[in-house]
Ligand binder design. Structure first.
Ligand SMILES: [Zn+2]
Length: 305
């Protein structure tokens, strides 16, 4: 997650949602549709740079359709176990945003997790926990959290890009990072991939979306792509935009695994203010903030193709 801004529950009035947001996914999505051309040829509205629709979709999340796993994981080869990759910008985003989905998916699918950044900016002023130690602690927390959710250590990969500096499309090291993501995805070959919401207020989250999307395009693969919000729950960080792309939103019912998700979140002690005591300005997941991730459902977005 990694941000020092406080998170608030969005209690806005339910806006009118276009019918496309409420239709069954199978009616909305053309799964055979090709992915658009090279990412740098896309207009800004499709690059995750300038616009946000999640503030509308999250205005009243309980109005979004509630689905079970079978309704959202629709792709998969008949010759192999359905492969799912969860991509997290920081160690903890996968659990906060997708912990319920991960736990449910692990029952029947091949689940792997890719953590993009090293997470070392959460407590930059700590003397007791300088970056190399903090990185090790946070990765250990990820292993613990994901073990609770059912993911084996060998299915977890840490890319260890610098926290706070995940390359964007305009960064000089974007291609290098993209190739690393490309190599990972070439081996993982996901049927379904969970990535951060393209318009998340946090730059690392948007950059992660850009990296993975570019890697997918370069490989010429077309996994079902599901996006999850993290910082859009914070009304202070949401940006009001009018130039919207068509995004559908739904909730995944995780009631049966909510206790497990909460246990996994609790594994992130360094992010809960329970470990590092010498950096008062360091990041801390507050109770107010956590309530968004401890509901019996998770919100996901998907582009209407
Ligand atoms: Zn994050």
């Amino acid at each position: 997650m990694h941000s020092k801004m406080s998170l608030q529950i969005h209690c806005g009035i339910m806006p009118h949602l276009p019918k496309s947001n409420l239709a069954p996914a199978e009616d909305r999505l053309d799964l055979s549709a090709p992915i658009p051309g090279a990412i740098d040829e896309l207009p800004p509205s499709q690059r995750g740079e300038d616009i946000s629709e999640s503030n509308i979709l999250l205005a009243n999340p309980e109005a979004l359709p509630l689905r079970d796993l079978s309704a959202i994981v629709r792709r998969g080869g008949s010759t192999h176990r359905h492969r799912v990759v969860i991509v997290a910008p920081h160690p903890d985003d996968e659990t906060l945003g997708c912990g319920g989905a991960i736990s449910l998916l692990c029952n029947n699918y091949d689940v792997r997790v890719l953590v993009i950044s090293d997470g070392t900016l959460s407590h930059p002023n700590s003397q007791k926990y300088p970056a190399p130690i903090l990185q090790s602690i946070r990765e250990g927390e990820t292993l613990t959290a994901l073990a609770i959710l059912g993911v084996k250590p060998e299915a977890i990969t840490f890319l260890r890009l610098k926290d706070g500096s995940v390359p964007t499309l305009t960064s000089v090291n974007f291609i290098k990072a993209k190739i690393r993501c490309q190599d990972y995805l070439k081996a993982a070959l996901p049927d379904t991939i969970f990535i951060p919401w393209r318009f998340d207020p946090h730059a690392d989250h948007r950059a992660t979306w850009q990296l993975i999307q570019a890697a997918i395009l370069s490989l010429g693969i077309a996994p079902q792509t599901i996006e999850y919000p993290i910082w859009d729950w914070d009304t202070q960080q949401q940006q009001q935009r009018t130039d919207l792309v068509e995004i559908s939103g739904w909730r995944l019912d995780i009631a049966t695994v909510l206790d497990r998700k909460c246990q996994a979140i609790a594994a992130y002690r360094s992010q809960l203010g329970q470990l590092i005591d010498d950096d008062p300005s360091g990041f801390c997941l507050t109770a107010e903030l956590l309530v968004n991730f401890k509901r019996p459902w998770e919100v996901y977005f998907e582009k209407i193709l």
